[in-house]
Design a protein around this ligand. Structure first.
Ligand code: 6PG
Length: 467
């Protein structure tokens, strides 16, 4: 019997798609799943590709079918199921084998698992996979964290199945242990902010101007080819155009305005705060999802609080530039967070390479990432994207539009928390002299916390209390 190049455990949407992608690229794949009755339907779905796929109900057979040293990709829910699967596999593994977690795992868990398994001579790779089902089947973007040895073994397969951007595979080894999962978490945080800002512009046009979904779709279609070109703008136009098969009306109008979240956006915000950063556009997006789920409270409050007003249709280019400015800031915040984590965890993250592997396959792929990759090749100080001259120019050019759109929305009483957070951050960063001297004086006045002077001297205390 032919020994398989890789084992894929977990035949949900993503696992099945990756297994088929691997088989299509010519690799011998072994598959297994907790529910053994998923195996036969999967093989039937695989069609001619099933010639390169062997399905195993038992973990012992599954592991025995793999070439040594073995590589096993987990595509299962994050959290306890990953620990449970590691424990269940361990009796069958040998030193040198590699386990790869392709789920959206918390990078702290990945670090813990990598350390524990390395003590037993096993490699543990945390691999962020982006692109949804379609991406996994035809070419995802993948962010890999783990040992160099495990990457060398995984690399030919990962590069073969990854999305390609102008001939370059959208997968990279970004660092050890949790680096890949951390980068994927921040990717998702940016995804949250991007979607939130798209929803904010949609809301302004729907509630402030009174446009129909089809009218808004036409605008988004225009934007699909220009500086805002991106997968999320494309699919936003698509969902705006879709009609409900039962009624023929716009489907979007009947979808409940209550957003779900699995945790990666929230983790981005938590990690940002722990690292002394603030990804405020992402925080606003996570918060907006939380408020959206308070449907009953919002319905009650809408009768008690003042209502929003209509306004004349804003210039299309102004809206586009406002959205671009928001996108620039959410990426600047996300990359700043990556650079802060890289220092603390000693990952030496290559920010330009991260931008490059996000240019195809992943959910946040966009034309802007090309500019961002170039900007990071020039190595702006402290991972600050806005300090790269081209990005500073784009931000300066787009900022007046952001200010107009945010002011208009605020005047009309329409919510734009993520766009407003982008403006607040940009305005704060643009001030060489901020207002935090007041915070410092107040802290010292009530708590004797001390402060430094502009000339660098200190710490000192104020002459408060008349002393
Ligand atoms: C991706 C997506 C994917 C998934 C998120 C959504 O990159 O392919 O980010 O990982 O869509 O988990 O997360 P929420 O359910 O929290 O929106």
């Amino acid at each position: 019997m032919v020994q398989a190049d890789i084992g894929v455990y977990g035949l949900g949407t993503m696992g099945s798609a990756l297994a088929l992608n691997l088989a299509e690229k010519g690799f011998e794949v072994a598959v297994s799943n907790r529910e053994a009755d998923w195996l036969a339907p999967f093989l039937a779905e695989a069609g001619s590709l099933s010639a390169r796929i062997a399905a195993h109900a038992g973990l012992d057979d599954f592991v025995a079918s793999l070439k040594a040293p073995r590589m096993i990709l987990f595509m299962i829910p994050s959290g306890a199921p990953v620990d449970d699967l590691i424990a269940a596999l361990q009796p069958y593994l040998s030193a040198g084998d590699t386990l790869i977690d392709g789920g959206n795992s918390d990078f702290h868990d990945t670090r813990r698992r990598a350390a524990a398994l390395s003590a037993q001579g096993l490699h543990f790779v945390g691999m962020g996979v982006s692109g949804g089902e379609e991406g996994a089947r035809t070419g995802p973007s993948m962010m890999v964290g783990g040992t160099g040895e495990s990457w060398n073994r995984l690399r030919p397969m990962a590069e073969a199945i990854a999305a390609q951007y102008q001939g370059s595979p959208c997968v990279a080894h970004l660092g050890p242990d949790g680096a890949g999962h951390f980068v994927k978490t921040v990717h998702n945080g940016i995804e949250y902010a991007d979607m939130q800002m798209i929803a904010e512009i949609y809301g302004l046009l729907r509630d402030g101007v009174g446009w129909s979904p089809v009218q808004i779709a036409a605008l988004f279609r225009d934007w699909s080819d220009g500086p805002l070109a991106s997968y999320l703008i494309e699919i936003a136009a698509e969902v705006l155009e879709a009609s409900d098969p039962a009624t023929g009306d716009a489907l979007l109008d009947s979808i409940l305005d209550s957003a779900g979240q699995k945790g990666t956006g929230r983790w981005t915000v938590i990690e940002a705060l722990k690292l002394g950063q603030s990804a405020s556009t992402i925080e606003a997006a996570v918060g907006a999802r939380a408020w959206s789920s308070e449907t009953r409270a919002r319905q009650a409050a809408s009768g008690l609080l003042s209502q929003s007003n209509r306004f004349p249709p804003p210039d299309r280019d102004v809206l586009a530039q406002a959205l671009l400015a928001g996108r620039l800031v959410s990426h600047a915040q996300g990359f700043r967070l990556l650079s802060a984590a890289s220092e603390v965890y000693d990952w030496s993250l290559d920010l330009a390479r991260i931008a490059e592997i996000w240019r195809a396959g992943c959910i946040i792929r966009s034309a802007l990432l090309d500019d961002i990759a170039d900007a990071f090749r020039a190595d702006p100080p402290h991972g600050h994207l806005i300090l790269a001259p081209h990005i500073a120019m784009l931000t300066t050019r787009a900022e007046p539009a952001l200010r107009r759109v945010v002011s208009m929305a605020i005047g009309a009483g329409l919510p734009v928390p993520s766009l407003a957070a982008a403006l607040g951050w940009k305005d704060s960063m643009a001030q060489a002299r901020g207002n935090a001297n007041m915070i410092q004086a107040l802290r010292d006045r009530f708590g004797a916390h001390g402060f430094f002077m502009q000339d660098g001297s200190g710490p000192r205390h104020g002459p408060w209390h008349g002393d």
